[in-house]
Design a protein around this ligand. Structure first.
Ligand code: FAD
Length: 461
């Protein structure tokens, strides 16, 4: 029988049996049930450095929790040290310079509320409870991507604690190679304690949903695809296939226009008229209202299993398969999503940031979600079979933030053509692979620092 070592972990620490330990180790995906030796509640970079040093000194595995939303559950570990960044929720907004400096424990809703007080926002995701940290480090795809790019494209500065406990200020002029890697390379290079974002004027937005009779679903998917190919950058959309309360498949489309509402009314007219949608609820609303609209659809305590890839060509074959897998969906609250990655986000050169998936395309996601563990086998089987059926239509590419524990080939597909440079960066900043509970980049054996100015090299402004 193995016994848990008794170790005097420094700082604000929760151990098994302490009040708050179980809620601190819980993550969004209820399938994940891991028990760290200690949860270190980090209030600043010094706490983070102490936690890293302790894990290294005692040869313990280390995990890093931002918002705890990642479906792979990599924020929590078994038998090691979990750095919980959730106490780091401070934010400074500078409306003159259009910059925000945000603590790594912030959730999307926290940051959106702070920036919207000044009529500003940085592109994040679409749900208010996701952590800004994991989201930004993986890319960050949301309603503003067509006009202002991804979250990582708007990351202009960071404070990072490295594997050997150094606290680095990172920006276009300092450790620019690391800034490049933080823009899509996940949590591989260090613990980011503070994120500096570029802000843009945003809101109110023209947004809402359209729901269609199922028999028109194929035509609507085709029309929407052609419509979006010519749509202005201000428009972002997300298609969803799910079951209605009676168990029948349904197709819906959520839209967000982030330009002037009058112009949006004109642009959206043909889309709103096509395919006999139910009377729509598209209206002018505060940006923060849009950002919390999907929250109720993703309650805490649910089991999650996701399969994902990029869909670049919505051919008739792909549409046929989509409709088939939607019809086979198990009863409940699972869904299939196609979120548009487009415009400004798609035009950034592939090597300008670590995030490589720069083309107009859909982030395709089979989102299996269920409450009863008895349903796990059936629901996971549906997700796997559906993904296998869609695979011939997908790129050999996947959004790192959608990945579960899926093996090294899938991780390679997530980093794509940038993986060589990422391995060199890993060698430079974390050669011992201390930060390995993530979609891991193996350190290159003889890597060198990349050393270019990310901002200058990127064309990302
Ligand atoms: C309901 C739901 C909706 C979502 N919607 C979107 C969306 O609209 N757009 C989108 O792009 N993504 C979306 N995602 C995916 C989301 O981007 C990822 O789950 C992301 O990892 C969440 O970040 P987090 O900080 O909450 O994650 P966590 O689980 O806390 O962390 C995930 C990993 O990131 C790393 N990490 C976290 N914080 C740090 C840090 N400060 N420094 C270094 N490494 C760190 C660690 O490796 C950690 O294991 C959604 C996820 C869910 C569950």
């Amino acid at each position: 029988m193995t016994t848990q070592p008794t170790l005097d972990v420094p700082g604000d620490v929760l151990r098994p049996g302490d009040a708050g330990y179980d809620s601190a180790r819980a993550v969004f995906n209820a399938m994940i049930d891991r028990r760290p030796l200690a949860v270190v509640r980090c209030h600043d970079a010094a706490d983070v450095a102490r936690g890293i040093a302790f894990a290294r000194d005692h040869d313990l595995v280390l995990s890093v929790r931002g918002g705890g939303h990642n479906v792979a559950g990599s924020a929590v570990c078994d038998g090691g040290i979990m750095l919980d960044l959730s106490p780091m929720r401070g934010v400074r907004v500078d409306p003159e310079r259009r910059r925000a400096q945000a603590g790594a424990g912030m959730l999307l809703g926290d940051l959106d509320r702070a920036t919207q007080r000044h009529g500003l926002a940085t592109p994040l995701g679409v749900m208010s409870r996701t952590g800004i940290a994991g989201l930004t480090l993986g890319g960050g795809l949301g309603w503003l991507n067509g006009r202002y790019g991804l979250a990582c494209d708007n990351l202009v500065a960071a404070e990072v604690v490295t594997a050997d406990g150094e606290v680095l200020r990172v920006g276009p002029q300092e450790h620019a190679d690391l800034l490049w890697g933080l823009r899509g390379g996940g949590g591989n290079f260090g613990v980011v304690t503070s994120f500096g974002y570029r802000l843009h004027p945003v809101g109110p937005v023209l947004a809402g949903g359209l729901a269609y009779p199922w028999e028109t679903a194929g035509d609507v998917l085709r029309f929407h695809d052609e419509f979006m190919a010519a749509a202005p950058d201000e428009l972002s959309t997300a298609v969803s296939l799910a079951l209605d309360p009676s168990g029948a498949p349904m197709l819906s489309l959520a839209v967000c226009w982030c330009g002037s509402p009058d112009a949006g009314e004109r642009v959206l007219r043909p889309l709103r008229a096509f395919g006999r949608p139910a009377p729509d609820a598209i209206t002018v609303m505060p940006y923060v209202a849009l950002q919390s609209a999907p929250d109720a659809g993703f309650p805490l305590g649910m089991q999650h299993y996701w399969k994902s890839g990029y869909l670049r060509h919505l051919t008739d074959g792909a549409i046929g398969t989509l409709l088939e897998i939607a019809t086979a969906m198990p009863p409940g609250v699972s869904g299939i999503g196609l979120q548009a990655l487009r415009g400004a986000a798609a035009r950034v050169p592939v090597d300008a940031t670590a995030f490589p998936h720069r083309a107009d395309q859909y982030d395709f996601l089979i989102l299996a979600q269920w409450a009863d563990p008895e349903e796990s086998a059936r629901t996971i089987a549906w997700a796997r079979e559906s993904f296998a059926a869609m695979a011939p239509h997908l790129e050999d590419a996947v959004y790192v933030n959608n990945l579960g524990v899926e093996g090294s080939d899938r991780v390679r597909s997530a980093y794509g053509p940038n993986r060589g440079r990422l391995a060199e960066l890993k060698q430079a900043y974390d050669p011992a692979n201390v930060f390995r509970l993530n979609q891991n980049i193996t350190p290159a054996a003889n890597g060198t620092r990349v050393g270019r100015s990310a901002e200058a090299a990127s064309g990302v402004r």
